[in-house]
Design a protein around this ligand. Structure first.
Ligand code: MLC
Ligand code: AMP
Length: 516
């Protein structure tokens, strides 16, 4: 199958099997593909009514719902650019995205509607969408005739902008085209043998690549059924396994599942595939999962800017601690970090990627875009890796100062800037420390002025208003000084080594963090 756009592929699936269940949602009625299509047409009409035309941005910060997914397809129908935002972002974080992306429409949670209608610039229309098929956007949609004709788009036209933070602390909007999403979806359907016979447990958020452009797009394009869960809960997922075939998750899903004695070969006998990505899956978790179920978790590697890059094989050896082979039409090479020369197999260096999956650049940041591509068009991922003798890619570290906590990226610079502004702070360093549940835990090391009355609670209180919860340090440590090298650069590796055992044992509390 060659997909032109995800919207097209979805429409073909509706034609082929209109009555097939598109989404089951515990506690609410299921939705067929035909009902999904009808929702897309109505939501597209609501977009048009709010002045949205091809190329306009539609920013969306709503709780997870099937309607939010239909809104993404509705944007595609009218050629608009979908801009999903993490529900954890605070008002000040949202201000930045709105100022930068200048959306025509902002879709928010019902409880935020009044505040945002007052706060948003006059150029931005504001409507709401709730998780229980409620909100002003759906009311508006219901009053209009559906848009039945899709606005023509090319492979290069933008389908989405996804913000990723940066090492400078200023988030960048990654521009993803219809071609990026369609070709990557195609490659994944083939690689993972995903078909209309599949039933996917969808427990990821839908404001990031993993839940939206991997899990949901694949299901829509294949005509598969999703069991659409509000969020991940190990017991709920275990309850659903006998009726499902595939689970896609971040490593935290799996480290929580292996703690349950309900995870047995018997329970997963209907499941054909477990996929992990967005952060490193510990080899121990891979092995424990295999011991409990007989299944080798298939680990793959991706990025917001590149969609999916490599995958362990569907057939063949799925190796713990590796991310497998480049996907169809994707080129991956390892280069010297300093001079960019391409390295031989076995050598460790910067992972660079080229292919139809790679984004077109950062929204309104041409210089930043240019600096992250090589002269011959490879994207510099910021990850470090090597290929082994059999062609498996191993990710061995990061060239970028980034913490990945439970699959969410946190850029230390952003947190350090806020902490450094707290009265009484001389300086700070934010690091990721090994954490049994989140993989890495955001941790701050703070140097306080002599006599300053600072403790963990006061530092957290001072920064929390402007910062999404998942970015906030799980612990704040105090030091007399930060270790520096001869160039004066803070040695975060020394801090990581010194405090490596800080969160040991925290996972024993049914997977939950004992710290904040
Ligand atoms: C929740 N909390 C987190 C957190 N998630 N803190 C740090 N990191 C996280 N990821 C906070 C909560 O606010 C809460 O704080 C406390 O931790 C405990 O919450 P919880 O109930 O245990 O968390 P839960 O709701 O179960 O969420 C954990 C999770 C979730 C792992 C299920 O974070 C998740 O779904 N992550 C998936 C992220 C994702 O989709 N990434 C893909 C990016 S795309 P308190 O103190 O308020 O109680 C990408 C490309 C690619 O990376 O390759 O895929
Ligand atoms: P994001 O910017 O949220 O898309 O996160 C992308 C980053 O997640 C990559 O650059 C990697 O550092 C990391 N990542 C994704 N998948 C894996 C994986 N399987 N193993 C290790 N790191 C991963």
């Amino acid at each position: 199958m060659t997909i032109h756009t995800i919207h097209d592929a979805f429409c073909q699936r509706v034609k082929a099997a209109p009555d097939k269940t598109m989404a089951e949602r515990p506690g609410q009625a299921s939705l067929t593909f035909a009902e999904g299509l009808s929702g897309v047409g109505s939501l597209a009409a609501a977009l048009v009514a709010r002045g949205v035309v091809k190329g306009d941005r539609v920013a969306v910060q709503v709780d997870k719902s099937v309607e939010a997914l239909l809104l993404c397809l509705a944007c595609q129908r009218v050629g608009a650019i979908f801009l999903p935002l993490n529900t954890g972002y605070t008002a000040s974080e949202i201000d930045y995205f709105v100022g930068d992306a200048e959306p025509r429409l902002f879709v928010c949670r019902p409880e935020d509607l009044e505040r945002l209608r007052t706060a948003m610039p006059g150029t931005v229309a504001v409507e709401s969408l709730g998780a229980r098929a409620d909100g002003t956007l759906l009311d508006l949609a219901a009053s209009l005739s559906p848009v039945t004709q899709a606005t023509p788009v090319s492979h290069d036209d933008l389908a989405a902008i996804l913000y990723t933070s940066g090492t400078t602390g200023r988030p960048k909007g990654a521009m993803l085209s219809h071609g990026n999403l369609a070709t990557n979806c195609d490659a994944l359907l083939t690689a993972w043998r995903f078909t209309d016979q599949d039933k996917l447990i969808h427990a990821l958020p839908i404001f990031h690549t993993h839940g939206l452009f991997v899990a949901a797009n694949m299901s829509l394009a294949a005509g598969a059924t999703m069991i659409f869960l509000e969020k991940f809960d190990a017991d709920t997922v275990l309850d659903l396994m006998p009726d499902a075939t595939v689970l896609m998750g971040v490593p935290t899903f799996y480290s929580r599942l292996v703690q349950s004695d309900r995870l047995t070969a018997d329970r997963v006998s209907n499941m054909r595939l477990f996929i992990s990505g967005s952060a490193p899956l510990l080899a121990d978790v891979h092995l424990a999962f295999r011991a409990a179920t007989g299944h080798a978790i298939l680990e793959r590697y991706g990025m917001t800017e590149t969609c999916m890059i490599t995958s362990n094989p569907y057939e063949g050896d799925r190796r713990a601690g590796t991310v497998g082979f480049p996907l169809q039409d994707v080129e991956v090479r390892i280069a010297n970090r300093e001079d960019g020369t391409v390295l031989a197999q076995g050598e460790t260096g910067a992972i660079q990627v080229k292919g139809p999956n790679v984004f077109g650049g950062y929204w309104r940041m041409p210089e930043k875009t240019a600096s992250e591509f090589t002269d011959d068009g490879f994207f510099i991922t910021g990850d470090l890796g090597r290929f082994d003798a059999e062609g498996y890619l191993h990710i061995v570290g990061r060239d970028k100062d980034l913490v990945i906590s439970g699959g969410y990226n946190v850029y230390p610079k952003e947190i350090e800037q806020l902490i450094d502004e707290v009265p009484g702070v001389v300086e700070s360093a934010v690091i990721g420390l090994p954490h049994p549940d989140f993989g890495e835990a955001v941790t701050a090391v703070v140097v306080a002025q002599a006599g300053a009355e600072l403790d963990e609670a006061s530092v957290i209180a001072a920064i929390s208003a402007g910062l999404a919860r998942y970015k906030q340090p799980k612990q704040v440590l105090f030091a007399d000084a930060l270790p520096r090298n001869v160039m004066g650069k803070v040695q975060k590796n020394v801090l990581r080594d010194t405090h490596a055992g800080l969160y040991k044992g925290e996972g024993e509390l049914s997977g939950r963090s004992r710290s904040r």
